[in-house]
Design a protein around this ligand. Structure first.
Ligand code: FAD
Length: 500
């Protein structure tokens, strides 16, 4: 029998297995996909590598940084960020700099922005329940409309008035336009460049061959210790009795099932699927709550161009409302090793969709045509430069924070609490807009809970202000993790050395 059975080989599941290994515990991972890494995987198409989006590695949790360095050591590059916003044919710096933004918009628009900001300060909207209210109270409606509304609605596929203010509070620093202008004029000890938005960091780390490299290496290290990751193993049923999970079942063929028993179970599968896989099923209110959880789907059209340099940015946000694409990644600007030769460039055009949208079901050829047309419309490429294209779809890329999700989570959480040997972790496992580091932290916590510690995985990444913005280290004591100490199997240091 396995000590622990883990569902999903994304960052959360692999980190849980890695931490368990450090603690001397055995685990097996079942992964539905054909490769590890989940949303943080790297796809390789004829030597051109690309992410699902662009994955910056940044964490304020020291232990997570240690794990990354330990797993990847010298293949972990330090990068400087360059990203801009494309709007009405003009490139704006991002993070937004007050003078750059206002001069790019011209004197009339600047005047209107100032008026609208003054209005927001004198007559703020008393309720801040949705994204639009939260942002326009801080920046004025007009600036919100230009720099937040279009892109946010492209990403989330719904009006900003239906997006919870929690999301804005989590992602955008509570910084006003007035403060940004003051910083731009007088300078500022913290940012020094008059940023309005500091949801972003200027320096980050990135694996030489993309984020998937981290997770492939992690899987290799686990395999060397006899901890298996089984691919193409989608868990369809989770059987339980007397408040304990007994086994999970993976369908093989039409009516053959593989059954996996374990002492402990850790799931990173989307919460909605987890609830619907439980056998016997939970009460109706729990099933209904799970059905109400929603996810935004995502696809990327990668164009391979016979051109050495297209633009210098890591990525560009496309605020222009006349095209559907939301962002463009330039992978060779993340790491030169993402392309097989320096004469070519691969661009990842990102489309945020629902799987029931028509475009989701378009053929790859049609999507590639759309991508080329939109890039030409934005004056970024010449269609003759395009050598090839490929499309990658990722379902459930973003858990949705809508008006009902919190209530649904409460219902689901209180039901799941009864299980003594099941933990749900990770981004979709907690229905939380987690980056890799927070997803990993829940994996570390889950592993440590198994050996008798107590950590609340639901408490990770719940503070109102997003971690990147706080100036000091994490204040929650649990996030100041120390490395696991027991090491009957192997320390991770020795694991990395074996691979190195
Ligand atoms: C466009 C985009 C950009 C991002 N950018 C960044 C960034 O810059 N920096 C950053 O740190 N993070 C970023 N993230 C977030 C990051 O991708 C996630 O935090 C991370 O991948 C979550 O890890 P996870 O293991 O919780 O979930 P996932 O990565 O979703 O992995 C879950 C795994 O479980 C498997 N699975 C699901 N159901 C089953 C089942 N029934 N049986 C077996 N296996 C199953 C899936 O196939 C998947 O491999 C980004 C995400 C997106 C979508």
């Amino acid at each position: 029998m396995n000590d622990t059975l883990i569902i999903g080989a994304g960052p959360a599941g692999l980190t849980a297995a890695y931490e368990l290994s450090k603690l001397g515990c055995h685990s097996t991972i079942l992964e539905a996909g054909e490769q590890v890494g989940g949303l943080s995987r790297t796809v390789n198409y004829q030597g051109f590598r690309f992410d699902i989006g662009g994955h910056r590695f940044f964490s304020k949790v020291a232990y997570i940084n240690e794990l990354w360095n330990e797993i990847l050591s010298q293949d972990f590059l330090s990068r400087s960020r360059l990203s801009r916003i494309l709007y009405r044919g003009h490139f704006f710096d991002y993070p937004i700099k007050a003078f750059d933004a206002l001069s790019g918009l011209g004197p009339v628009e600047t005047f209107l922005i100032c008026l609208s900001y003054a209005k927001a300060k004198i007559f703020p909207q008393p309720n801040e329940t949705n994204f639009e209210q939260w942002v326009s109270n801080r920046f004025g409606y007009r600036l919100y409309e230009i720099f937040f509304k279009t892109y946010t609605e492209k990403v989330w596929g719904m009006p900003c008035t239906e997006i919870s203010a929690d999301w804005a509070a989590q992602r955008i620093k509570n910084l006003s336009l007035g403060e940004a202008l003051r910083n731009a004029v007088f300078g500022n000890g913290n940012t020094g460049n008059g940023e309005i938005i500091t949801t972003l960091i200027d320096q980050f780390k990135y694996p030489r061959l993309g984020p998937g490299m981290m997770w492939e290496r992690c899987e290799e290290l686990l395999a060397q210790q006899g901890k298996k990751t089984l691919l193409c193993a989608s868990v369809n049923q989770i059987c339980h009795r007397n408040a304990r999970v007994e086994c999970v079942k993976v369908k093989r063929g039409s009516d053959a099932w593989d059954e996996f028993s374990a002492e402990h179970f850790i799931s990173t599968m989307p919460l909605r699927n987890l609830i619907h896989a439980l056998e016997p099923p939970p009460p109706d209110d729990v099933l209904k709550a799970a059905s109400l959880l929603r996810y935004r789907d995502y696809l990327t059209v990668v164009l391979i161009l016979n051109r050495q340099e297209v633009f210098p940015d890591n990525w560009i946000y496309i605020h222009s409302p006349e095209v559907r694409m939301g962002r463009i990644q330039n992978y060779k600007n993340w790491s030169m090793d993402m392309v097989p030769n320096p004469r070519q460039t691969s661009l990842g055009l990102e489309y945020f969709l629902w799987a029931h949208d028509d475009e989701w079901n378009w053929s790859d050829e049609r999507l590639i045509d759309l991508g080329i047309r939109e890039c030409v419309q934005l004056a970024l490429i010449d269609p003759k430069e395009v050598q090839d294209g490929v499309v990658v779809r990722a379902k459930k890329a973003y858990p949705i924070y809508d008006a009902v999700y919190q209530q649904c989570l409460m219902t689901i959480k209180s039901y799941l609490n009864r299980f003594s040997n099941l933990q749900t972790i990770g981004r979709n496992g907690l229905h939380r807009y987690n980056n890799q580091d927070h997803s990993m932290l829940t994996g570390v916590y889950a592993a440590r809970n198994i050996v008798g510690e107590f950590h609340d995985v639901w408490a990770v990444n719940t503070e109102k202000e997003y971690h990147e913005e706080s100036l000091g280290p994490e204040t929650k004591p649990n996030d100041r993790l120390t490395p696991a100490v027991s090491e009957p199997v192997a320390t991770t240091k020795s694991l990395s050395q074996q691979v190195g």
